[in-house]
Design a protein. Structure first.
Lengths: 331, 286, 278
């Protein structure tokens, strides 16, 4: 016996949940499907595998004021930013929830980032299991799965006329109490078939082949835009800078990518990663070696967004496969 | 021989004779349908080169990091105009490039995992199917009838009111995530310090916010005024489908009207916006 | 530790004094405003702080003072970028921000009883000064002290006003060198690695701590190893572009180690084991 909610009841619930909160859900924007704040439940997209951009922007915005600086009476006043409203992110796929688990690691590790923590504490994640996968999805090879509820507060699985419901946390229970749900004998539908990528032991292989000229050749076609880092649900490199704002100054945190030239350039001109190949290697070493070994969770969640968006087809699945084969010949 | 076979043959010849350090061309991407740039360093690599209507990248921007080496490169007509632009601006030397020009059938509208069969809008209006500079020509030179209106999209925008135009661009730029793929893909964008990376003075900054997105995109278009070679690689790489070519094409139309100048047709003609003639009048005070 | 409620929020401080060390390097003496935080602010040689020039941003600077002397926080700032230029525009009395202290520190306990060779080039000498001050204030706990301070020209030598104090301390030898002399210089004109070779520094019961531009470190390291110094006996402090100082913004890593958290102090044995070799 599982818990169940009808489509009609779910829509009423979403309308109710919207009161006093931000309701974020996937919606069609031109040819794209993006997570946006929605004002009408009817605007929620239904026929999509995953959104084009990840939901990390609601916990870790592309641009965010950390605090404002005001010069006053010969001194300085610092006013940290606060998060006012609660947010409900609806329609999150299991891979993106794994992405949030990964983001939590650096941001919440002591000393915790207070702004991220406020966003995180005030956000409820409502996921929808994947019954269809796209050819680029490979979550099951990266420690996840199309119906893996890890990281979510509520997990929904679509069935005839409604959804099977798993309420996983206290936060989820507070938002969707048991009394709202009915019982159902519906069998859990088969989860999506997901492609496989040979990621087992990739960290060791990367470490062994760290100096291989593979990285330089791979970087030949990279144009060093920021796209892979920006569409990725788990990339979190950021820049901090002061900007004037109507007589005050804001200290602002913005997304940045380790792929852009000048990411590691210090004043005075020295840049340890001026070389394209070394920058390329840094991305994949961080993703597949440093982060998993430091935090114990995968940093690539297999959503395939970078694969779909890279203008020159730098494909992490191809890279994982290539690196596994490096050093095998002529040892 | 098909274009692909001819390109492979020529590339192998160049690499075998060590006339070039590498040949930059296209190969099949991992979705099995589209093309992606590739660098062939030897005869074995050259066997992966292809050419078809999904070869949308302007490879000329890669020449900017290979100035000291002799490089072979596969170019479409729009890409070949970029080579002339860069020679004109003293960024590359003609004798450091071996140009394999391809008569272009036009690119199809493609996306990841979808290679369509309809020609791109810009390719439907293209009047130059034969490269303007090359060492080797692949395909028979083709002449195209100029269309009645070479800029129907621009004319369409010009017909809108200021409020409509403002609303249109606000909506489009709100999606911009400042990935700078447009800048990185463009052969004309090669400033060692882009104005958005400049901190002192701070022109735009790294904030991903509506006002700044507008500044970024419009200023970039202006910096390409009179220089854009109409490859529209910028629009092709944009992950959120902003119609960037509209901005460039408006400036192209104006440049043609004022100066009868199309960038990149040859490497010698001075650029109108970078040159001052004594007898030029702006017609402002008259 | 920094403001533990919000590690990215600077503590307000006041610029007490500025002293010109060279034409482009200025010593900033900074006083923390909050008495409680000031009383608890403890730091060790090798650690660093972020100093905010409000309105421009903040940058990391090695602490060049020692906590046990209970004076103001001192950092040596070379005017080379936007934040440092804004800092150089400030006058005593100006408000600045301080975050920190961050990073690991020189293992002074392990240095006790050993002969210490301090080799610094240009502004790279600044993070080594706390080691000298600690040794001078606890002279009997350490062996011989050798200090080699080098710079491009005589006017670029930092802490020139302290040379007499250092040179006159017991069992202490100070050597200066420049790459190019001026009209008044009568001292040594040689690159630092050449001086190390000429003086035949002995590795016996010794530790060498070097800091300076990457190329100076590279060649000095070669000379020290030729003289018989083992990798564990050579210590340095790395720098990198930093934004958070907490190991969160994923920018200052060298391989899988963060300069801000696992460093900035590393022995050469640790550095040669790093995945990235810069």
């Amino acid at each position: 016996m599982s818990k169940f909610i009808s489509k009609k009841d779910l829509n009423s619930w979403l309308n109710k949940v919207r009161e006093g909160r931000r309701l974020i859900a996937p919606t069609k924007v031109e040819d794209l499907v993006l997570f946006k704040e929605i004002s009408r439940v009817e605007d929620i997209a239904s026929d999509y595998v995953n959104t084009d951009l990840s939901p990390k922007e609601f916990l870790f915005p592309p641009t965010e004021v950390l605090f404002s600086i005001e010069k006053k009476d010969g001194g300085v006043d610092l006013t940290p930013a606060r998060v006012e409203k609660e947010t409900v992110i609806f329609g999150m796929r299991p891979c993106d929830a794994k992405g949030i688990i990964a983001l939590d690691k650096p941001f919440l590790e002591e000393p915790a980032d207070p702004l991220y923590k406020e966003h995180r504490d005030k956000t409820i994640l409502v996921g929808v299991a994947c019954l269809k996968a796209c050819p680029e999805c490979f979550c099951s090879s990266m420690g996840g799965g199309p119906d893996d509820p890890a990281g979510l507060d509520i997990m929904l699985t679509e069935v005839k006329d409604g959804y099977l419901v798993q309420v996983l946390t206290e936060k989820g229970k507070a938002l969707m109490p048991d009394s709202m749900l009915s019982e159902s004998r519906e069998a859990k539908p088969k989860a999506a078939e997901v492609s496989k990528v040979p990621a087992e032991g990739i960290n060791k292989k990367l470490r062994q082949n760290f100096e291989d000229p593979y990285w330089g050749r791979l970087a030949d076609r990279c144009i060093h835009c920021n796209m892979c880092s920006y569409v990725c649900p788990t990339c979190y490199c950021f820049d901090i800078r002061d900007y004037p704002n109507k007589g005050k100054t804001d200290r602002v945190r913005s997304w940045e990518s380790c792929q852009s030239a000048g990411f590691t350039k210090i004043a005075g001109g020295y840049d340890p990663r001026a070389n394209k190949g070394i920058r390329m290697r840094q991305r994949f070493a961080h993703k597949l070696l440093y982060f998993p070994e430091q935090f114990g969770v995968s940093h690539c969640i297999g959503c395939g967004r970078c694969v779909k968006s890279c203008p020159v087809n730098i494909d992490i699945r191809e890279i994982i496969s290539d690196v596994q084969k490096l050093g095998a010949k002529g040892e | 021989m098909s274009e692909t076979e001819q390109i492979r043959s020529k590339a192998k010849e160049l690499l075998d004779a060590k006339k070039v350090d590498c040949v930059i061309g296209y190969e099949r991407a991992t979705d099995g349908k589209n093309a992606r740039p590739m660098f062939a360093y030897n005869v074995k690599d050259a066997d992966r080169l292809i050419f078809d209507q999904t070869c949308r990248h302007n490879l000329v921007r890669y020449l900017l990091n290979r100035k000291d080496k002799v490089t072979g490169i596969v170019v479409k007509p729009c890409d070949s105009r970029a080579i002339n632009l860069l020679i004109n601006e003293h960024q590359i030397a003609r004798d450091k490039v071996v140009i394999i020009g391809v008569v272009c059938p036009g690119l199809v509208k493609t996306d990841w995992n979808k290679a369509g069969d309809k020609l791109r809008d810009a390719c439907q209006l293209c009047q130059q199917r034969t490269p303007v500079v090359y060492d080797v020509l692949i395909g028979e030179p083709k002449k195209v009838e100029p269309p009645a209106d070479a800029y129907p999209d621009v004319t369409g925008m010009e017909g809108k009111s200021v409020e409509e135009k403002r609303a249109f661009w606000e909506k489009e730029f709100s999606r911009c995530i400042r990935c700078y793929a447009c800048r990185q893909a463009c052969p004309g964008c090669y400033c060692s310090e882009c104005f958005v990376d400049r901190l002192d003075p701070l022109w735009v900054g790294i904030r991903i916010a509506p006002g700044e997105n507008e500044m970024w995109n419009t200023m970039r278009a202006f910096h390409l005024g009179g220089r854009c070679v109409s490859c529209y690689a910028c629009e092709l790489v944009c992950p959120v489908n902003i119609p960037l070519s509209l901005l460039n094409r408006k400036l192209e139309k104006e440049t043609m009207k004022l100066f009868k100048f199309q960038p990149g047709l040859d490497p010698e003609t001075p650029q109108p916006l970078a040159t001052f003639q004594k007898d030029e009048k702006l017609g402002v005070a008259e | 530790m920094s403001n533990n409620k919000n590690p990215l929020l600077p503590h307000l401080a006041t610029l007490q004094n500025v002293i010109d060390l060279t034409p482009d390097v200025r010593l900033f003496q900074i006083d923390l405003n909050d008495a409680d935080f000031k009383a608890k602010f403890d730091y060790k040689p090798g650690q660093f702080v972020f100093v905010s020039a409000f309105g421009t941003g903040e940058s990391p600077f090695g602490l060049t003072s020692v906590a046990h002397r209970k004076g103001p926080i001192e950092v040596a700032v070379r005017k080379v970028g936007t934040v440092t230029s804004s800092l150089h525009d400030l006058e005593p009395g100006a408000a600045v921000g301080v975050r920190g202290p961050f990073g690991n520190f020189f293992p002074m306990d392990q240095f006790k009883g050993k002969n210490i060779h301090i080799i610094g080039g240009g502004i790279g000498f600044a993070p080594l000064r706390p080691i000298i001050l600690t040794i001078l204030d606890h002279r009997n706990e350490y062996g011989d002290l050798f200090i080699l301070n080098g710079a491009r020209t005589p006017s670029d030598l930092v802490f020139a006003n302290e040379f007499d104090t250092w040179a006159s301390a017991p069992k202490t030898r100070l050597e200066l060198t420049v790459d190019a002399k001026d009209d008044k210089w009568t001292g040594r004109v040689a690159l630092i690695p050449a001086v190390v070779k000429e003086l035949q520094l002995s590795p016996a019961n010794s530790v060498a701590i070097i800091c300076g531009p990457p190329i100076m470190i590279k060649f000095t390291l070669t000379e020290l190893k030729k003289l018989g110094f083992a990798d564990e006996q050579i210590v340095t402090t790395l720098e990198g572009k930093m934004k958070c100082g907490l190991g969160k913004c994923a920018r200052c890593n060298v391989g899988d180690k963060y300069v801000c958290k696992d460093g900035p102090v590393f022995t050469f044995k640790q550095i040669s084991g790093l995945l990235e070799q810069f």
